[in-house]
Ligand binder design. Structure first.
Ligand code: UDP
Ligand code: MG
Length: 314
């Protein structure tokens, strides 16, 4: 049975490459239709994330000339995650499977065939995982891999070396729509939704044209968003640091008492040093405690679903 599929492509200032990407994607989709893996009404949805170049004009042209292309134009630049979100939400309940892929063809288009097959065999989420980054610059590879390791250490539920190249079933997209948070870190949310998930591996290719839209500053902001929307461990670190300071104060006390006993003291030294040591330790513990509650409040405010139903039988 062929699957009705939509391929969602976020595009920000991609005029240099979009024509090439569109040709590859249309060609791919047509082959999938011919093979009986995708239905005739399968689509490619280009989301223009407030581009300042000719991106939208190109998309508009694709839609006029290719029945399989549709376009969405966001009113301004909302960022990669919001562009993907817009594509998914606007297509929701119209397709069986949703694949998100970058416009720059760094993710291997052919891997989507394997994703489709896995989906037809029952997987509800298929993650595209890069197992070879030799085409990335050393800097990109190093920063990206440090990012994944750090996130995993902090308890953020991500799939190692998986960006936003993935297939999702409609049921996953529907449940995803119940995550109302504004600080979107999609690759952390999908694994928390559950359902049968699989991984397919591919080699990360070089960007074919144009420049990265993720310079270091954006990458850092993205990493920070991921950590702060999924992990309270930075706050817990404050608490531990406070406890450590307090222990240090105890050691200082021993040292002060010893100095006093051997008569090596100046008047006023102990009465200045000790309160300072104890107060800074207890201050930090108090801040850490407030942080713990703030973390709980933050979790409540996000209002994430508390359970997700896979099947119901009556
Ligand atoms: N992108 C977007 N909005 C932005 C930044 C990027 O829609 O504000 C899109 C971009 O067009 C591309 C994808 O997100 O399709 C990934 O960006 P890029 O390839 O520049 O990131 P990199 O692969 O270098 O991490
Ligand atoms: Mg890229």
């Amino acid at each position: 049975m062929p699957t009705s599929l939509v391929i969602i492509v976020p595009c920000y200032n991609e005029e240099a490459i979009l024509e090439m990407s569109k040709n590859q994607l249309v060609d791919f989709l047509n082959r999938m239709k011919a093979e009986g893996l995708a239905t005739e009404n399968s689509k490619i949805c280009f989301v223009d994330d407030g581009s300042k170049d000719q991106t939208w004009a190109l998309i508009d042209g694709f839609v006029k000339n290719n029945p399989e292309c549709v376009g969405l134009k966001l009113s301004k630049n909302f960022g990669h995650q919001s562009a993907i979100l817009a594509g998914m939400m606007e297509c929701m309940n119209q397709f069986e499977a949703y694949i998100t892929i970058d416009a720059d063809l760094q993710d291997d288009v052919e891997v989507m065939r394997e994703m489709l097959i896995r989906h037809q065999n029952g997987a509800k989420v298929v993650y595209g995982v890069r197992n070879d980054r030799s085409n990335d610059t050393f800097f990109k590879r190093f920063t990206a891999e440090t990012f994944y390791k750090l996130m995993l250490k902090m308890g953020v539920p991500i799939v190692y070396n998986h960006a936003d190249f993935r297939l999702m079933d409609n049921i996953v997209v529907e449940n995803f729509s119940n995550f109302k948070e504004v600080n979107l870190f999609i690759r952390g949310i999908i694994p928390t939704i559950g359902f049968k998930s699989e991984e397919v591996y591919y080699q990360r290719l070089e960007r074919q044209a144009g420049e990265t839209k993720y310079p270091l500053t954006k990458m850092l902001a993205f990493a920070w968003k991921g950590i702060t929307s999924f992990s309270t461990s930075p706050m817990r670190m404050v608490l531990w640091f406070g406890a450590f300071n307090f222990l240090l104060a105890l050691l200082i006390t021993v040292y002060v008492l010893y100095s006093w006993a051997v008569g090596k003291v100046v008047i006023g030294w102990a009465s200045t040093l000790l309160p300072m040591a104890y107060f800074s330790g207890s201050n930090m513990i108090a801040i850490g405690l407030i942080g713990e509650y703030l973390g709980r409040v933050y979790e409540e405010i996000k209002g994430r679903p508390r359970y997700i139903i896979e099947k119901r039988v009556e």
